[in-house]
Design a protein around this ligand. Structure first.
Ligand code: ADP
Length: 502
């Protein structure tokens, strides 16, 4: 875990270090100007007062200044050549303070040398120079207070002390003014320093802000680039998938076209085969030949069913399947379907039971022929995939649903082998016969896929439940004809009293 308090303390120390380093950089920056001004002022002072002061004294003052100025210039040279690391800044600040202290000492001695002339004009001139130097130093040294103090205090105090010693009234006034100026310079230095420090910290903050901004900008730019490439990749993928979908649709249409024209082409000769087969069935007296004809007719019927199913599938896929929705009685459709499946059930030794409801089931709004087709397919499967002597149970009920979508559910349950759970997802796929691909049970694998499509066309549903070894339950949900149902109920009510009366 990051210690936030410690981190912020570290940050503070870091930024304080950087501010101090900047103060010292500014201090060193002012070296040339400060040295130049001091050299000019001390030269002018010695020139102006050379007749009043012994040459030896002047030479001593000049030597001291030479040492002070040269040491400052040397330090500046070294500093510029290899700027110190943050840890070394303090040392460089102290060195500079020492070299400035030499200047302060220089001005103190200069004050002693020049003020001792006692000449009133000289006194005023020297006072001006000392005050000027102390004030001028404020600009270049206020960035580091110790450096300024070691120049200002010796310069001012040296002057004040000597004026006091001089004792004349003008000297005393000058000393008093000098003292006031010293206080004023001291306070000003502190304020200027505070101002400089806050300025430096502000500019550093700006610098950090700018570098953060630049970093953020480069991050955003990189993100933008990523986003751009992602968008163009996605667009490319979209184009590809659209193209693939168009291709698949085209291929599917071509397949449906092919299937429907092939089925049509096959149906005509097949009808001829079936027709002549049936003629032979009725005319043939030879037992062996009758068996052959039976086989031909059985194969023909299978082929005809297959062709019809393929045609249906192609029609639905091409959206050419026409359905005519009308009100119908579900029990009647069930009766028709059971009657049609009866022969197949008998031949397989299967019993079909219909749990007829006690009270009337609502009318449904469907294409009656198509519901019959679906129900026949489910019944036929329940018979085909049943066990010998098995049973098929049909039931019907109204199912609870929202008022706008009420259904009648027809359920067909068998006692067959059931469907393995891992094949449940494949059952409505066309041409998928699951485990019965190469069995002797006749089938094409497209019956249920047609049923599903037909149910969707009629706003109905088909579904199933099955466990291996326990049989299967298939059901279809058919939309109730609400208007027809209400009309039927009204007519039933009308009939009831008549019956009672009769
Ligand atoms: P098929 O012509 O093969 O009967 P369907 O589309 O009607 O084609 O059924 C698809 C497959 O679903 C069948 O081949 C069979 O494997 C399985 N199936 C359908 N109904 C049942 C059922 N009642 N019991 C067991 N399996 C079934």
């Amino acid at each position: 875990m990051v210690d936030i308090a410690k981190q912020s303390a570290d940050d503070k120390t870091n930024s304080e270090g950087q501010i101090f380093a900047e103060q010292i950089r500014l201090l060193y920056d002012s070296t040339y100007l400060a040295c130049f001004v001091q050299a000019v002022v001390i030269s002018t002072l010695t020139l102006a007062l050379r007749d009043f002061v012994p040459t030896a004294h002047i030479m001593a003052v000049l030597a001291l200044f030479a040492v002070a100025i040269l040491s400052r210039l040397y330090l500046k040279y070294r500093y510029q050549k290899s700027p110190p690391s943050q840890g070394e800044v303090k040392k460089w600040a102290d060195l500079y303070t020492v070299s400035v202290a030499f200047n302060g000492l220089g001005w103190m001695i200069a004050a002693y040398v020049f003020i001792s002339t006692s000449e009133p004009t000289n006194l005023v001139f020297t006072a001006l120079v000392l005050g000027g130097i102390s004030s001028g130093g404020l600009i270049s040294l206020a960035t580091h207070l110790p450096s300024y103090y070691v120049l200002m205090f010796p310069t001012m105090l040296g002057g004040i002390g000597l004026y006091l010693q001089n004792g004349t009234s003008i000297s005393l006034y000058t000393a008093a003014l000098g003292f006031l100026l010293m206080i004023f310079l001291f306070v000003s230095a502190k304020r200027l320093n505070a101002l400089l420090v806050s300025n430096i910290s502000l500019s550093l903050e700006y610098k950090f802000l700018f570098s953060d901004l630049a970093k953020e900008k480069s991050n955003t730019d990189a993100l933008n680039e990523n986003l751009k490439s992602e968008v163009s990749e996605r667009r490319l993928a979209e184009d590809k998938s659209r193209h693939a979908m168009e291709q698949a649709e085209m291929a599917n249409n071509a397949k449906s076209d092919f299937l429907s024209s092939m089925s049509h082409e096959l149906r005509t000769p097949l009808n001829a085969i079936m027709g002549y087969g049936q003629l032979l069935e009725h005319t043939s007296k030879d037992l062996k030949q009758s068996k052959y004809v039976d086989e031909i007719l059985r194969g023909g019927r299978h082929l005809l069913t297959l062709i019809n199913q393929v045609l249906d599938l192609a029609k639905i896929e091409q959206r050419q399947m026409e359905i005519s929705i009308a009100s119908a009685k579900p029990e009647e459709i069930i009766d028709d379907a059971i009657a049609m499946a009866e022969i197949q059930a008998i031949s397989h030794g299967i019993k079909i039971k219909f749990h007829r409801p006690k009270k009337d089931v609502p009318l449904i709004k469907v294409d009656q022929t198509r519901v019959l087709q679906v129900l026949l397919n489910i019944l036929s499967n329940a018979i085909k995939y049943n066990v010998p002597d098995g049973q098929v149970t049909v039931s019907i009920k109204e199912i609870e649903a929202k008022p706008s979508s009420q259904f009648v559910r027809i359920t067909v349950a068998d006692t067959g082998k059931g469907i393995p759970a891992d094949s449940h997802d494949e059952i409505f796929e066309p041409f998928n016969r699951l485990a019965y691909q190469s069995s002797s049970i006749e089938g094409s694998g497209i019956g249920l896929s047609i049923c599903k499509l037909l149910m969707e066309l009629m706003d109905g549903k088909i579904d199933f439940q099955s466990s291996e070894g326990e049989g299967s339950v298939f059901w279809i949900d058919l939309p109730i004809d609400l208007d027809g149902f209400e009309a039927q109920q009204a007519s039933d009510q009308e009939k009831a009293p008549k019956k009672l009366r009769g």
